[in-house]
Design a protein around this ligand. Structure first.
Ligand SMILES: [Zn+2]
Length: 138
């Protein structure tokens, strides 16, 4: 990723910031300048709660370059409670039986191996929100 883009998206990576449309109230992640739905420009910044539910996931066993030390790991799509669908690595899934609709929350973790010009090493992941008294359940 080139540097200007990284700086522009830094809030998105560390604080899960997206944009909100004043016209139709839809919310977007990553942030957008123009609403694709109603074409309103000048969308405002909104920080998402980081809570959502697991929409789908898959296990990565053969990781791309820069992710070797993390493998195997799970990548999931999370439906944020504010609406947007976010793709991210999942954290703390060892020993957890993942299920569609499972509540998850955002955490900041190492997302890739450090390398020269590797700007983004830490960023958001989602971990299963375990209920008090044990993992999973209906
Ligand atoms: Zn809109």
């Amino acid at each position: 990723m080139e540097l200007p883009r990284y700086h522009r998206l830094r809030g998105a990576y560390y604080r899960l910031e997206g944009s909100a449309c004043p016209g139709c109230e839809r919310r977007f992640f990553p942030p957008r300048a123009v609403c694709p739905s109603c074409k309103t420009a000048g969308l405002g910044t909104v920080a998402f709660s980081g809570r959502g539910t697991l929409y789908s996931w898959s296990r990565v066993v053969q990781p791309p370059r820069g992710f070797a030390s993390l493998a195997p790991y799970d990548v999931g799509m999370v439906r944020l409670e504010e609406g947007p669908l976010v793709t991210a690595q999942l954290a703390d899934t060892e020993g957890v039986e993942l299920a569609i609709g499972m509540p998850v929350e955002m955490v900041t973790r190492k997302i890739r191996d450090a390398e020269e010009h590797g700007y983004i090493v830490y960023g958001y992941k989602f971990r299963p929100l375990l209920r008090p008294g044990g993992a999973g359940g209906p």
